[in-house]
Design a protein around this ligand. Structure first.
Ligand code: HEC
Ligand code: HEC
Ligand code: HEC
Ligand code: HEC
Ligand code: HEC
Ligand code: HEC
Length: 494
């Protein structure tokens, strides 16, 4: 008769054998075939070949196949990298293959292994015993092993990168140079200074891959791959990004990536900081003021270009005014530029640059104000306009002649916001009338009065002005009826 349990007894037997075989295999793998043991046996063979003198023989006899680690509580590190990188500070194996060979450069002379370990510079998972796990490019490890060419990002933790010899930190040096040249500070704050269109970058290097959206990045999904791809074309990584394409080569994108990875306010005990880092911290608190031209290049050019023509900005979908244009600076009242720079134009891309906003010092704002004016010719005298304007007639003239560019109520158009509270506060009537009459050369702003033909007569301009001045009175534009206030007298200062 067929025993009904027979099948199950067979199943149990086969199952047990498979389990035992698996455990035996795992034991062999763990104890004999483990990657690090293979590596150490290879290393012992290399040592045997190199051993020529008594000292060498003594070292060889001391070499044990065993797990090795450096424990540095001050850095929160337990690094077992030396389990495989056995020859890392042994000058006899400079010509061996990885992972046996000596560390490149003289870095470990200055940063001895027992005091610094490896992960403070390299990141990666210190306690791992396979290279795959040490690399830790999987989801669970926040800071995977940096590619060797990006490892210099970590130098900034303890050094002022500008004080290190540039041949030791070539990528960082190039990144710092590009950051200024490409005027990244126009849109990003770093150390409390810069624009606000993009996020502050002070702790960009602390970001983990989980904080960046990887949908449009090619694997492996590391922060450096995200950064490099984003620098090559921001819009392809972040949809509708307002960041301008910095137009960099691949090498330059890598350098900017290294710079971003280096921006990490990491907590390292004071005793691990090099003296130049401590100087840098002091200098950051009391920076040397920049010249007007330096301010303009680092913080304004990304939006205003060289400032002599009005730029059509594709990303913003609007004109950015020619802030060094002759017809603006020559006719602008004394404090006009300064007020606009200090307070910005709220609600537009133009950020405020005062000490409590963009972080420029008062003397730097004076310097950039002077830089914008440099070389401007004095404005020719203008016949004054002493007519009274009618703001409701002004409104209809505005809608026909101006709103297409300047937007309804003088806001949100493709040209400067002449309804913006900061414009309204800073601009005198004379300045507005002059702009409407003469337009602005090398910009889209037309002249509405020309010797040959005038689109608007003096009375029309007085009416438009009366309307424009109503825009400065009440922030809630949509709730008011234009033309309800008595028109202001024009000509001269208000
Ligand atoms: C289990 C052995 C093992 C451990 C543990 C290990 N490595 Fe390695 N490492 C290797 C091997 C093998 C290579 C060569 C790999 C290759 O060329 O693919 C390597 C290569 C490297 C490289 C060069 C990578 C490259 O792309 O050129 C770096 C840097 C490195 N290891 C650093 C570390 C650090 C830091 C640690 C500790 C967090 C560590 N390793 C732990 C075995 C190990
Ligand atoms: C002070 C920072 C620092 C420390 C500490 C450090 N490294 Fe490096 N390491 C670097 C830099 C920077 C590079 C890239 C240098 C280069 O390519 O010239 C590098 C390169 C390497 C490489 C690739 C070398 C090659 O030959 O291609 C390996 C492997 C490596 N380090 C392993 C280690 C191990 C293991 C430790 C710990 C015992 C360690 N490093 C400690 C900064 C450091
Ligand atoms: C964890 C902190 C730390 C990191 C990370 C670090 N260093 Fe250092 N470094 C130091 C300290 C501390 C000294 C010793 C300063 C002293 O005693 O004069 C030093 C010394 C040096 C020196 C010798 C300076 C001198 O005046 O003698 C050089 C060069 C150097 N580091 C380069 C680098 C480079 C390049 C990197 C990145 C690959 C790096 N360091 C990463 C802390 C660090
Ligand atoms: C015209 C303004 C503008 C300029 C100039 C600009 N950026 Fe950006 N940047 C942005 C905006 C807006 C974002 C947010 C949207 C995005 O991620 O693309 C951003 C995002 C970033 C991010 C990603 C931040 C994060 O973690 O999400 C980095 C890094 C960055 N910029 C660095 C730079 C660097 C370096 C430069 C100079 C080469 C630069 N930016 C120039 C506007 C700008
Ligand atoms: C074709 C588009 C266009 C039209 C139409 C236009 N403007 Fe302008 N306007 C501009 C641009 C562009 C600027 C910025 C010029 C620059 O770069 O300095 C400007 C500047 C101004 C300014 C100075 C604003 C500032 O922030 O400096 C005033 C005032 C002004 N326009 C008033 C008017 C009035 C009033 C009308 C209608 C009678 C008008 N504009 C019609 C494009 C236009
Ligand atoms: C992120 C882009 C951006 C940056 C950076 C920027 N601006 Fe502007 N700026 C603008 C825009 C856009 C306007 C027009 C605002 C409006 O619509 O009213 C403007 C307006 C101005 C005006 C008023 C011009 C006029 O015609 O009335 C001045 C002056 C000015 N910017 C100076 C500066 C200076 C100086 C810097 C650097 C410290 C700077 N801007 C940085 C975008 C920018």
């Amino acid at each position: 008769m067929n025993d009904p349990s027979r099948f199950y007894r067979w199943l149990l037997l086969v199952g047990s054998l498979v389990t035992i075989a698996y455990l035996a295999g795992a034991a062999v793998h763990e104890n004999y075939l483990a990657q690090w043991k293979t590596v150490q046996r290879e290393y012992r063979d290399i040592l045997r070949q190199k051993t020529a003198d008594d000292r060498g023989r003594e070292l060889l006899s001391k070499f044990r196949i065993e797990m090795k680690q450096v424990s540095i509580p001050a850095l929160g590190a337990v690094d077992r990298c030396v389990t495989c990188h056995n020859g890392i500070d042994d000058p006899r194996v400079t010509d061996a293959a990885l992972p046996h060979r000596t560390h490149p450069g003289h870095l470990l002379d200055k940063h001895p292994v027992d005091r610094f370990g490896c992960t403070v510079c390299h990141h990666g998972q210190g306690a791992a015993l396979t290279f795959q796990e040490a690399k830790a490019e999987d989801v669970y490890w926040d800071y995977p092993l940096l590619p060797p060419e990006m490892t210099e990002a970590a130098c900034a933790t303890c050094h002022d990168p500008e004080k290190l010899p540039s041949d030791q930190v070539p990528m960082l040096t190039l990144g710092l140079k590009l950051y200024k040249e490409k005027s990244c500070g126009s849109c990003h704050k770093l150390g409390g200074r810069g624009g606000t269109l993009g996020p502050a970058l002070d702790n960009e290097g602390a970001k983990t891959r989980h904080q960046l959206i990887m949908t449009n990045v090619k694997p492996p999904y590391t922060t450096w791959n995200w950064q490099t791809a984003h620098f090559r074309d921001p819009g392809s990584i972040v949809r509708d990004s307002q960041m301008r394409n910095p137009t960099v080569t691949r090498g330059e994108a890598l350098a900017l990536t290294v710079l971003m990875l280096s921006e990490w306010r990491r907590d390292v005990p004071e005793s691990y900081l090099a003296p130049d880092k401590i100087d840098q911290k002091h200098r950051d608190l009391h920076p040397i003021p920049l010249t007007g031209e330096q301010v303009y290049r680092q913080y304004c050019t990304a939006c205003h270009g060289n400032g002599t023509y009005s730029r059509w900005d594709k990303k913003f979908g609007r004109f950015v005014p020619a802030v060094r244009g002759d017809s603006l600076v020559a006719g602008a009242p004394r404090d006009y530029l300064r007020t606009n720079i200090e307070q910005g134009r709220p609600g537009t891309q133009m950020p405020a640059w005062g000490p409590h906003a963009g972080g420029l010092h008062t003397e730097e704002i004076t310097a950039v104000d002077e830089y914008l004016r440099a070389g401007a010719r004095a404005a020719p005298p203008m016949p004054s306009l002493s007519l009274r304007g009618d703001s409701s007639r002004g409104l209809s003239l505005f809608l026909t002649n101006c709103a297409g560019c300047h937007g309804m109520h003088g806001r949100g158009g493709i040209a400067p916001e002449i309804g913006n509270p900061v414009f309204q506060q800073a601009a005198t009537n004379e300045f507005i009338v002059r702009t409407i009459r003469n337009g602005r050369i090398r910009t889209a702003m037309p002249a509405f009065q020309r010797p040959e033909a005038s689109a608007l007569g003096d009375q029309d301009i007085a009416d438009v002005l009366a309307y424009l001045r109503t825009l400065g009175e009440n922030k809630n534009q949509s709730a008011r009826t234009p033309g309800s206030t008595p028109p202001p007298p024009v000509g001269g200062k208000p």
